[in-house]
Write a protein that binds this ligand. Structure first.
Ligand code: SF4
Ligand code: SF4
Length: 309
């Protein structure tokens, strides 16, 4: 059984098999408060969390981003596809007699510590030829033989600190340092968006401005396929038609999807959403108050303006 071939058959572009090692830097960073709360599930020390494993498998799913008019960054669609590919791969490994479980470990940190790829100023992981347009998934393995590992030659620093990512970002890169608390992606779970970010939300699940601005990234972009554009129409989602969108993004996105759809109806001036937003307001227990108040006021203003045009 060739592990690399199995990973490629599953759809991954690259796969790295690394020895299990402790991650003291990660633990220190977490203790310093450097990571957001969504990272709480990540294990500090894989050797202690998975004592049966003798290897970490980290798979790279590369993708071509959608153009910047898209209603969703391609990352989130691809992340869901890669998740299902990893599930199928783990089943195959188990069938071949190899114990394999999804790893709840810091994939990016593991790769960097192994000398694979580099970290950019926007804190993203870069690996040629894909740039930062990748999704990472990992697994812990019990292999018949211990792993010996030689770092590949793909860890040259490529970030020349040109500052373009900082200029286009509306929050996270400020005063010369990156602070995740200001990146819009830190608010893409089911929590209210800070007021100052409501008008900035241009797509479901955040933005990719810093990646698009980076001159080191590949320049190819593709238009969002119609199937995805229609499934993620924010008006359809506030109407309650979210089944197709959840099939693309993952069932766990249901609550954030509605929250963001409400804001996107406003930012895309979709006044036809108003009756549905007012209906949501009637039954809301306060959970969606920030987004509903914002969207209703923007769209009512827009509707009044239309009458005077
Ligand atoms: S994803 Fe958007 S908000 Fe976050 S750092 Fe990049 S440009 Fe800034
Ligand atoms: S835009 Fe410039 S500073 Fe930012 S990550 Fe790319 S090369 Fe580095």
């Amino acid at each position: 059984m060739n592990l690399s071939v199995l990973c490629k058959e599953a759809g991954f572009s690259e796969a790295f098999v690394l020895p299990v090692s402790p991650y003291t830097d990660w633990t220190r960073h977490r203790n310093d408060g450097a990571f957001h709360t969504n990272a709480d599930f990540i294990r500090d020390d894989p050797a202690a969390a998975y004592p049966w494993a003798n290897a970490c498998l980290i798979c790279v799913w590369a993708y071509t981003p959608f153009d910047d008019t898209s209603v969703v960054p391609a990352y989130y669609i691809e992340s869901n596809r890669a998740y299902h590919a990893m599930k199928a791969l783990l089943q195959k490994l188990n069938k071949n007699g190899i114990r394999a479980e999804r790893a709840e470990t810091p994939y990016r940190t593991q790769l960097l510590q192994a000398g694979i790829g580099t970290r950019m100023d926007n804190q993203l992981w870069y690996y040629a030829p894909y740039g930062t347009f990748t999704v990472l998934w990992g697994a812990m393995l019990a292999l018949p033989e211990p792993v010996s590992y030689t770092p590949p030659h793909n860890n040259e620093p490529v970030c020349d600190h040109c500052g373009r990512c900082e200029k286009v970002c509306f929050g996270a890169l400020h005063e010369g340092t990156f602070d995740w608390r200001h990146c819009i992606r830190a608010y893409m779970e089911n929590q209210p968006l800070p007021n100052e970010y409501l008008p900035k939300l241009s797509a479901f699940s955040g933005c990719e401005r810093c990646q698009f601005a980076c001159p080191q990234n590949p320049i190819e972009r593709i238009p969002v396929p119609d199937e995805i554009r229609l499934a993620l129409d924010p008006v359809e989602i506030v109407k309650g038609n979210s089944k197709a969108a959840l099939a693309l993004l993952g069932k766990n996105r249901k609550k954030p999807l509605l929250r963001q759809a409400i804001v996107l109806c406003a930012n895309r001036k979709r006044t036809e959403a108003l009756p549905y937003l007012l209906a949501w307001k009637e039954k809301d227990d306060g959970t969606l108050e920030t987004e509903l108040n914002y969207a209703i006021s923007v769209l009512q203003f827009e509707q009044n303006m239309v009458q005077y045009r």
